[in-house]
Design a protein around this ligand. Structure first.
Ligand code: ZN
Length: 423
């Protein structure tokens, strides 16, 4: 079940990314593309009032063509907003206008995007391209890490959310310095000092654990703890199991940092950069490692290439289907205009280019023109095939070396098989 949910997220992410790419490729000939962001708490009638106002101000636009285009875009948005009493739960973004198709042709499109996370801005912008930055930010990984810097005198903790550091708080200790005062016995002083250090570590462990584990959706989103400080303090702290056992097993690494107050947190994130990069793709990397291992084995269980994977899917031989998130292809169902001939074909899709412009050729049976009957995104189509034999599906990003190899060397389509086949 958990796997199905996760799959859904990867798919939604892929769909969303593809939609943004397509919008990004659109260019207006003038400043005539409208981007409108409506946060969930905004009143629709306030938005429509603003749009009517903008419509009126179009009179100031000098170019007649631009003026007409902006006005028809605004009208189109207004007519769409009629269907909404309130914005959807995450708000909405609308992109509308005439964009160039190449040659002298233009196409008018109006796209409503339902964002995967709540929008927190309200925006109306008219430009020669669409403003997509607020939505692109939602594509960034939303993992959360606990940050902890410490030495024997102070400690500070916080979170790393995506690329943002959230400092939370810290404590200082009353651990006595190394120099004992006159009159104390050395052994007794050392003993007291150790007790004080242990007490301080215990306090750090309890406080930091409480903060980290209170994080919303901890078991799904909290990816690990980074600990920074001088040696041997941080090593001592880790070895002493002072954090909650759920956090203790999520410690990603220990890193040298000079500061153990709030300034230590960015220093820690910087020192842990490589370790973090690896974490984001750790699950995808495990699948790619397995695939590459099977590939070099004699009689290994690896297959790749669209044709081979289709055959393996058909006979139910695929254990895990590996699809590159960079795949931009469509599967076309094509039929003859006059006889019963039909075929399927895979074509590359470039953002902003219309698949309907691809020449289909003529029927090999009767030479009548071939026509497009159905177009499906190749990831959708292969996913359905995989579902039919309960194969697992992994969408692999190209944010890491093995991931980009899947796309560049294996055409973005590969599989780990259940058993060896001839394909
Ligand atoms: Zn025909």
């Amino acid at each position: 079940m958990a796997e199905a949910v996760e799959m859904d997220d990867a798919r939604k992410r892929y769909e969303f990314k593809k939609k943004l790419e397509s919008l990004e490729s659109m260019q207006g000939s003038g400043t005539e593309l409208i981007s409108l962001y409506i946060p969930p708490n905004k009143q629709i009638h306030d938005v429509t009032a603003q749009l009517r106002d903008e419509f009126g101000q179009c009179a100031n636009i000098k170019s007649k063509q631009t003026r007409t285009n902006v006005q028809s875009a605004i009208s189109s948005i207004l007519s769409r907003l009629k269907y909404y009493k309130t914005p959807p739960p995450n708000g909405m973004a609308v992109f509308c206008g005439s964009h160039q198709l190449g040659g002298d042709r233009t196409d008018f499109s109006c796209t409503v995007v339902d964002p995967p996370e709540p929008l927190n801005i309200s925006m109306y912008r008219c430009s020669s391209n669409f403003e997509l930055e607020p939505l692109k930010q939602m594509l960034e990984e939303k993992s959360v890490y606990g940050l902890l810097v410490l030495d024997r005198r102070e400690a500070y903790w916080g979170f790393l959310r995506g690329n943002r550091i959230d400092p939370v708080g810290g404590i200082t200790s009353t651990v006595p310095g190394k120099q004992r005062k006159g009159g104390q016995s050395s052994v007794r002083f050392q003993r007291l000092r150790e007790i004080a250090i242990n007490d301080f570590y215990t306090k750090i462990g309890e406080r930091a654990s409480a903060i980290f584990m209170a994080e919303k959706d901890f078991f799904n989103r909290f990816k690990g703890v980074l600990i920074g400080g001088p040696s041997p303090t941080k090593e001592e702290f880790e070895a002493g199991n002072y954090l909650h056992h759920e956090l203790q097993k999520r410690i990603i690494g220990l890193f040298d940092v000079a500061y153990t107050n709030e300034s230590g947190l960015p220093e820690l994130v910087d020192a842990a950069k490589d370790a973090l990069k690896g974490m984001e793709v750790v699950k995808e990397k495990a699948f790619m490692d397995k695939f590459l291992k099977e590939l070099v084995k004699d009689g290994g269980l690896a297959a790749y290439g669209e044709e081979s994977i289709r055959k393996n899917l058909e006979i139910g031989a695929v254990d895990t289907l590996l699809l590159s998130g960079s795949l931009r292809k469509s599967r076309l169902k094509i039929k003859c205009q006059s006889c019963d001939y039909s075929e399927e074909r895979t074509v590359s899709v470039e953002p902003g280019k219309d698949t309907r412009d691809i020449p289909l050729g003529s029927c090999p049976k009767c030479t009548a023109p071939l026509v497009l009957e159905e177009e499906n995104d190749i990831i959708d189509e292969l996913t359905k095939l995989a579902d039919a034999s309960s194969a697992k599906i992994e969408i692999i990003s190209d944010d890491f070396e093995e991931g980009s190899i899947l796309f560049s060397a294996f055409g973005g389509i590969a599989a780990i098989l259940r058993y060896r086949t001839g394909f």
